[in-house]
Design a protein around this ligand. Structure first.
Ligand SMILES: O=C(O)C(=O)Cc1ccccc1
Length: 397
């Protein structure tokens, strides 16, 4: 494999499921359509080697695919073809079509959806809930998933934004602002954690348990009861891969039943989370916004900043209350580029305040006049306002 090629999870771990279930099997460097089928038989490789090779960040580079099909762009593709890079144009990422943008997520076929983690992570399950026939694309980090959409490597990204137990995932709030993607949908997922171990291992033999920090927090009671050391990993499925690869019989994992199947681990306990109603909300992000509808309940997500002054947040919230618009979420984050606001008062000296960004989700579609009026009103006194997306509410758990 040439070092210059970008691979998104060329993963073929040794497991009893078909290799076709596992992530992307194609080099996503647009100049190349190598297929993993041509590479040495991955099934024969040792898992620890795979663990090192499988996870590949999406590198920061210019998109290689033209975004609109101008004749110049088509010439470029043909030119590339004549130099022998493309053998099959169908392998190129397809720009969002009108039907893709306008149809509801659940109706789309073969959309490529990026998520953070390894195959078997909850993010992958969320992607498959939103787009049952999609091709899921694992990414090492949240930011890699944002970049994969921006670089046209995938069509969408699915990212966790809040959990009923742990609250907001602040990192993704910050990334939403930093990147110019649009929220086009949401997915609510019931997360049922399992305790996994190598075949033949009993739960009493475990000395440590590996998982994503959120999963470790959500299963605090059982971990305390077992008296094990908690080890944080990037994602739940990555923990399953590590234990399967290391063969450590005293290491357990908290992950999904699907991760157990993929990595050949046994389920020692099921539904081990402290709270039965363990729900994580994921956002679906795309390069283009959807056209908001009024045919079904919609939510709109916005971010704004306010000028300093008494009652400014009260005033901001009143634009919704006065129009009978229900808020489902409010989150404040410090403004990282301008964290402090210095206010001079000649009598008392200068005071320093934290400067905040406010994120709000409200239950209305931007197609409704009351939402448009609320935004126009807020804009009158917000120093910055951005609509992050308007999308259909997910009410199916
Ligand atoms: O690690 C994963 O599988 C994730 O998708 C993150 C996560 C962890 C715990 C609960 C929900 C999502």
């Amino acid at each position: 494999m040439a070092a210059s090629h970008i691979w998104v999870s060329p993963l073929r771990p040794h497991s009893n499921v078909g290799v076709s279930d596992l992530g992307l099997r194609r080099c996503v460097d647009m100049r190349c359509n190598w297929d993993l089928e041509r590479l040495p038989r991955w099934e024969c490789c040792c898992l620890s080697v795979l663990a090192q090779r499988a996870i590949t960040p999406v590198e920061d580079e210019k998109p290689l695919i033209p975004q609109v099909e101008t004749s110049e762009a088509i010439d470029q593709v043909q030119d590339t073809q004549s130099r022998g890079f493309h053998k099959d144009l169908n392998l190129l990422p397809k720009p969002l079509s009108a039907t893709d943008i306008f149809s509801s997520p659940r109706n789309s076929a073969k959309v490529r959806v990026a998520y953070q983690g390894m195959p078997g992570a909850y993010g992958e399950a969320a992607a498959l809930k939103a787009y049952p026939k999609c091709e899921t694309v694992p990414c090492e980090e949240f930011e890699a998933a944002f970049k994969a959409v921006e670089l046209w490597l995938v069509d969408k990204a699915v990212l966790p934004i809040e959990s009923s137990v742990g609250g907001s995932i602040h990192r993704n709030y910050d990334l939403l602002l930093r990147h110019r993607l649009h929220i086009v949908g949401e997915v609510q997922m019931v997360v049922n954690h399992c305790l996994l171990g190598l075949p033949g291992v009993q739960k009493e033999e475990l000395k440590r348990v590996l998982s994503h920090p959120q999963a470790l927090d959500q299963c605090d009671m059982i971990l305390t009861k077992l008296g094990v050391v908690r080890v944080s990993t990037d994602d739940t499925a990555g923990a399953a891969l590590m234990v399967a690869a290391s063969g450590e019989r005293d290491s357990g994992v908290i992950a999904s039943d699907r991760a157990a199947e993929i990595y050949g681990l046994n389920i020692l306990l099921e539904k081990i989370q402290d709270d039965d109603d363990n729900i994580t909300r994921f956002l679906i992000l795309a390069r283009e916004p959807i056209i908001p509808g009024t045919d079904r309940p919609h939510k709109t997500s916005i971010v704004f900043t306010l000028e300093e002054g008494p009652g400014m947040l009260f005033k901001a919230l009143a634009v919704f209350a006065s129009r009978d618009i229900n808020l489902t979420k409010i989150e404040s984050r410090p403004q990282r580029k301008r964290p402090l606001r210095v206010v001079d008062d000649s009598n008392k000296g200068s005071a320093r305040y934290f400067d905040y960004l406010f994120y709000i989700d409200f239950e209305a579609s931007m197609a409704e006049p009351r939402a448009q009026h609320a935004m126009a009103h807020l804009q009158e006194f917000a120093s910055f306002l951005r609509v992050l997306g308007c999308y259909a509410t997910d009410s199916a758990l």
